[in-house]
Design a protein around this ligand. Structure first.
Ligand code: ADP
Ligand code: MG
Length: 248
C-alpha cells in the first residue's frame, strides 16, 4: 500500500483532456515534484486530488483509502492540505486571522486554532507580521502566508502549487529551506513549480506531464535528461520567445 496514489486519473473539460490517464505513487516522507509546461494539467491534477473538480475517470487513494469523490473539506480533514497558484488570502483580515481560518479545519476551539496558528507562523518565520493586514504583505511574504495557512490545517500531505513563483533569489533560498523543514516535520509534499532550480534541488523524484499525459518519471537527474522533457520545455521556450518576437 502506498501512502498516496492516483490511478489512471483523467479530467475532460468538454473536448479538452486537461488530465489524461495519469498514474503515480508517492511514498510517505517524500518530496515529489510535478512538472510540465504551462497548461499541461498540473493545477487540474491538484484540483482533482482536493476535489475542486470531479475526475472524469480514475481513482485517488490516500493511506490505503479510496478518497475519490469525498467532499473537499473531508479531504482536508483527512490530512491533505494545499496552496493555490493564484494567492488569495482574505485580504481585509490580519495575517494571524488568515492562519486561524486554516487552523479551524482541525481545531475544536477558537483558542486551540489560535495556538496552532501562532505556532505555525513561528515555524514559517512570519510571526513578526501577525498583526499586519494580509493585503499589506509583499508578494514573497504573501506566498509564505499561503503556505502557512495550508500548513495550519495540519496536513500529512501538502500540495504546493507554484508557491515560489515570483520570489527573488534570497526568498527562493528561504522557500527551499521552508519546504525541507516541512518535510522534516514528517509532512509528505507534492510540489508543482516552474522554477527548475527549486524543483531539481528539493525533489526526491519528479513526474513530468505534457498535454495532460505522463511523459517521464524518475530522479531529478533522470527527468532533466529525458528527451521528452527536453522537447516539451524546448517547445515552450520556443513558443515563449516567438511570442515575444525574440526569434525574429
Ligand atoms: P497548468 O497548471 O499545468 O498550467 P492547468 O491544469 O491549469 O495547467 O490547465 C490544463 C488545461 O486545462 C489548460 O488547457 C486549461 O485551459 C484547461 N482548464 C483548466 N481548468 C479549466 C476549467 N475549469 N474549465 C475549462 N478548461 C480548464
Ligand atoms: Mg497551474
Amino acid at each position: 500500500m502506498s501512502f498516496f496514489e492516483v490511478k489512471n486519473l483523467a479530467k475532460f473539460f468538454g473536448g479538452l483532456a486537461a488530465v489524461n490517464d495519469v498514474s503515480f505513487e508517492v511514498a510517505e516522507g517524500e518530496i515529489f515534484g510535478l512538472i510540465g509546461p504551462n497548461g499541461s494539467g498540473k493545477t487540474t491534477l491538484f484540483n482533482l486530488i482536493s476535489h475542486y473538480h470531479t475526475p472524469t475517470s480514475g481513482r485517488i487513494f490516500f493511506q490505503g483509502r479510496d478518497i475519490t469523490g469525498l467532499k473537499t473539506h473531508r479531504i482536508c480533514r483527512l490530512g491533505i492540505g494545499r496552496t493555490f497558484q493564484v494567492v488569495k488570502p482574505l485580504k481585509r483580515m490580519t495575517v494571524l486571522d488568515n492562519v486561524v481560518a486554516g487552523a479551524f479545519s482541525h481545531a475544536r476551539t477558537k483558542n486551540e486554532a489560535r495556538e496552532i496558528a501562532l505556532e505555525t507562523l513561528s515555524f514559517c518565520r512570519l510571526i513578526h507580521r501577525k498583526d499586519d493586514l494580509a493585503k499589506s504583505l509583499p508578494i514573497g511574504e504573501r506566498k509564505r502566508l499561503e503556505i502557512t495557512r495550508a500548513l495550519a490545517t495540519q496536513p500529512r500531505l501538502l500540495l504546493l502549487d507554484e508557491a515560489a513563483a515570483g520570489l527573488n533569489p534570497s526568498e527562493l533560498e528561504a522557500a527551499i529551506d521552508l519546504i525541507r523543514r516541512i518535510r522534516e516535520k514528517g509532512v509528505t509534499l507534492i510540489v508543482v513549480e516552474h522554477i527548475m532550480k527549486l524543483i531539481m534541488t528539493i525533489s526526491d523524484r519528479i513526474h513530468a506531464i505534457n498535454f495532460g499525459r505522463t511523459i517521464a518519471e524518475g530522479t531529478p537527474r533522470e527527468v532533466a535528461h529525458h528527451p521528452a522533457v527536453i522537447e516539451a520545455y524546448l517547445g515552450e521556450d520556443y513558443a515563449h520567445r516567438a511570442e515575444h518576437r525574440c526569434l525574429l
